[in-house]
Design a protein around this ligand. Structure first.
Ligand SMILES: [Zn+2]
Length: 367
């Protein structure tokens, strides 16, 4: 994902500033809305933890009248952890490997979208979230889903409007900077590590936190095995499905079937809350280019700098995300022209995506 936009509407700013509470933009109805609804609280079995009222039930699975619980889903799709991303070139831009990876990513997403609709999900938004945010081929994805490409003006950084999403699923994700995962990075490969409260920070935490003010619960995650471990450690209760990177590659068709089944199973995942870890959040950012680069980047934004590390402090994970967007993608001058630069950037991405579709269609490589 590349950062783009800092136009956050007042209502979201307020909820970031004050934490999830009185100004929470989502009507949580009860205090239970912020707590996991899992079987720890005695609701149902481990396989089907849901025991909602009849009006909440959807008959997706004849064995379980309770599933699916979540009916409006946001999918955030990245490429590194998707099925045809085989090397660094495949996550780059305007390379043949990338074009093929785009088709693979699109088919992974399509498999999940098809399965979710079959399971009774009513509304799906898919947010393309890799590099230019123009990687998915919408023609491959059921038209009933809304595919959102390019970066949008707020309210959620990079995502825009999360709509009425109740739960978010992360597909094709990568591991955190500082881990040995496949193409591991957090926001940019220029960062060698971000340590937050003593632990390596992964993107799922930032993205999930940005959706927390809307009550969106992170329920499912797929990526390389290290990425899945990162997600499980950071987001309590999230369900994962790994793609085994490295040789020999798995049978991709069979893997996609498993991915889709795992995503459907996560529709009854009631074990997660909107992700808002307790603050304050202390982050130490180390850049690959060394202390001089870190010092320069820190001074640009007035961040603290100590021993080669940029030190950030925020009350909430959301605030840290905004600071990291500035640090990783922007300069004060670029931030000023962003309203004009963003459409040009989106056009560049759109043209690249058209090119990728043509190249991948001509290719004889397997999907
Ligand atoms: Zn990516």
């Amino acid at each position: 994902m590349r950062g783009d936009d800092l136009k956050i509407p007042n209502r979201v700013k307020e909820s970031i500033d004050t934490g999830i509470g009185a100004k929470h933009p989502v009507d949580m109805k009860t205090s239970e809305g912020l707590e996991p609804l899992c079987s720890e609280q005695g609701r149902g079995s481990a396989k089907y933890p849901c025991s909602m009222e009849t009006s909440e039930k959807r008959m997706a699975d004849p064995d379980c009248p309770d599933t699916p619980h979540w009916r409006r889903i946001l999918i955030i799709a990245d490429i590194e952890g998707s099925s045809r991303c085989i090397n660094r070139n495949a996550a780059a831009f305007l390379t043949r490997e990338w074009a093929l990876a785009c088709r693979g990513m699109s088919l992974d997403v399509a498999a999940v979208v098809n399965a979710l609709f079959r399971a009774g999900v009513e509304e799906i938004r898919v947010k393309d979230f890799h590099r230019t945010a123009w990687n998915l081929f919408p023609g491959e994805i059921p038209a009933k889903a809304r595919v959102i490409q390019g970066y949008r003006p707020g309210p959620v950084p990079g995502i825009g409007d999360p709509g009425g999403a109740e739960a978010v699923m992360f597909l094709g994700m990568h591991a955190a900077s500082g881990t040995d995962g496949f193409l591991a990075h957090t926001l940019t490969s220029r960062i060698s590590s971000i340590v937050v409260n003593g632990r390596l920070l992964s993107e799922v935490e930032l993205f999930a936190a940005s959706l927390a003010p809307y009550g969106v619960r992170p329920v499912f995650f797929s990526g390389c095995p290290v990425a899945c471990r990162n997600a499980e450690e950071a987001v309590r209760g999230i369900q994962t499905f790994p793609f085994p990177k490295g040789a020999p590659p798995p049978d991709v068709s069979a893997w996609r079937k498993g991915l889709a089944e795992a995503a459907v199973a996560a529709l009854s995942n009631l074990c997660t809350s909107p992700f808002q870890p307790p603050g304050p959040v202390h982050a130490a950012v180390t850049l690959r280019d060394g202390p001089d680069a870190a010092r320069k980047a820190a001074l640009r934004w007035g961040f603290h700098f100590e021993g080669g590390r940029i030190l950030l402090r925020a009350q909430e994970m959301n605030q840290l995300y905004l600071q990291l967007i500035r640090l990783c993608y922007l300069t004060p001058a670029i931030e000023k022209i962003l309203p004009w630069a963003l459409p040009a950037y989106n056009l560049w991405g759109r043209l690249g995506c058209l090119w990728a579709r043509r190249v991948s269609t001509r290719s004889e490589a397997p999907p």
